[in-house]
Write a protein that binds this ligand. Structure first.
Ligand SMILES: *Cc1c(COP(=O)(O)O)cnc(C)c1O
Length: 370
């Protein structure tokens, strides 16, 4: 028997195999505050109605509504979903983890694409399952590769659409084709964290798919277009049996008083959502065209439908140099060597003034590196 007071118990081996999530930075390596274009936050902040709701939310001494009932009703009203088919979470991160935990365990496989959301691998490993990473196609999700990597052990398939960190998008027929290839006992999770940034007439069909099929879960978040990342609110919808499973294992008071109040007010202010999308569409388009104009310096934008752009550096200016050059001039961006993208820099769409500056810095760096 060991009696060493300095020796902590060994965690399960699959927990030891996890590389902790690396959040986007807000400070330079030498400690300076930077403009944070590294975490896909909304540069316009959040709805004024949500700010007002935060100021008058229920006392922090009182536990929140464990069922987020009013919020679920409002989300259901906005998206025409029965609130019984909705569960709210501490960000959609909680719900992604719960989906893996509820349907996969040791020996099972959780499948997702190369260059997709970093949380999927953590969610898979947390419950002892084996993450299976299908090859991408031009940095986007490849449905054929996902299908080829299905096995008898596959229990959960994650697809982020639009995808993070690449911004790529899988159209409705491709999502449907993937779903059609899955046995009914495999759960498809369509992570629509950036869905509100799509054009009015664009829809990957995830919500209809999960209304019609008991093995599809769609997740959404208030962290991105709603600008409430700090309050940690997400939601998921699907068959009532899926929702019941997640309800069994979620934190009983998983959305705070402030979170529920702010999200409820935010749902009621769709004008803010539209303004945020319009801003993003306009600035993303301008960003892409400037990056394309630097193609002779080896910069290449990956087509994005989200609130960020992944730029590939394939010339003499490296992604690392661009990352450091932007940080020197005040901007935090996301360099992604740990995600297999040492040649990629993900930059969140900021305010128009911030984008003016970022574009000028990129021009200077590209032209200075000849
Ligand atoms: C940001 C993001 C989320 C949302 O995380 P929250 O926990 O809701 O803040 C989920 N999925 C993807 C792909 C994301 O980029």
């Amino acid at each position: 028997m060991s009696n060493n007071p300095n020796k902590a118990p060994a965690p399960k081996p699959w927990i030891n195999a996890i590389h902790a999530y690396v959040p986007g930075k807000a400070k330079s390596d030498d400690g300076r505050e930077l403009v944070k274009l590294s975490a896909n936050e909304n540069p316009l902040g959040c709805s004024a109605a949500a700010m007002a709701a935060l100021a008058v939310a229920k006392s922090p001494a009182a536990y929140p509504d464990p069922d987020s009932a009013s919020l679920r009703e409002a989300i259901g009203g906005l998206h025409t979903i029965d609130p019984a088919r909705i569960v709210c979470g501490t960000g959609s991160d909680e719900l992604l983890n719960l989906a893996a935990q509820a349907y996969a365990g040791p020996g099972d496989e959780v499948l997702f694409s190369n260059f997709s959301f970093a949380v999927y691998e953590i969610a898979a490993r947390r419950c002892g399952a084996v993450p299976i990473i299908a090859p991408d196609k031009d940095y986007g999700t490849d449905v054929d590769a996902l299908i080829e990597n299905l096995s008898g052990k596959t229990r959960v398939v994650f697809v982020a659409n639009p995808n993070n960190p690449t911004g790529t998008y899988l159209p409705e027929d491709e999502v449907a084709r993937l779903h059609a290839a899955l046995p009914s006992d495999v759960l498809l999770v369509v992570d629509q964290a950036y869905a509100e940034y799509l054009g009015e007439d664009e829809d990957d069909g995830g919500l209809e798919l999960c209304a019609a099929h008991a093995n599809v879960l769609v997740t959404r978040t208030f962290s991105k277009i709603y600008g409430l990342a700090g309050e940690r609110i997400g939601w998921a919808t699907g068959h009532p049996d899926l929702i019941a499973s997640l309800n069994r294992i979620r934190g009983p008071f998983n959305v705070t008083n402030h979170g529920q109040a702010a999200a409820l007010a935010a749902v009621g202010d769709q004008a803010f959502v539209h303004a945020s999308r319009d801003h993003n569409t306009k600035e993303l388009e301008r960003f892409v065209s400037v990056v394309e104009s630097l193609g002779n310096h080896g910069l290449r934008p990956v087509p994005s439908k989200a609130n960020f752009l992944l730029i590939l550096f394939e010339g003499s200016l490296t992604a690392e140099q661009a990352y450091n050059g932007l940080a020197e001039r005040g901007y935090a961006t996301r360099w992604l060597p740990g995600a297999g993208l040492p040649h990629g820099l993900r930059i969140t769409i900021g305010t128009s003034e911030q984008m003016d500056e970022v574009l000028q810095i990129l021009r200077d760096l590209a032209e200075g590196s000849k």
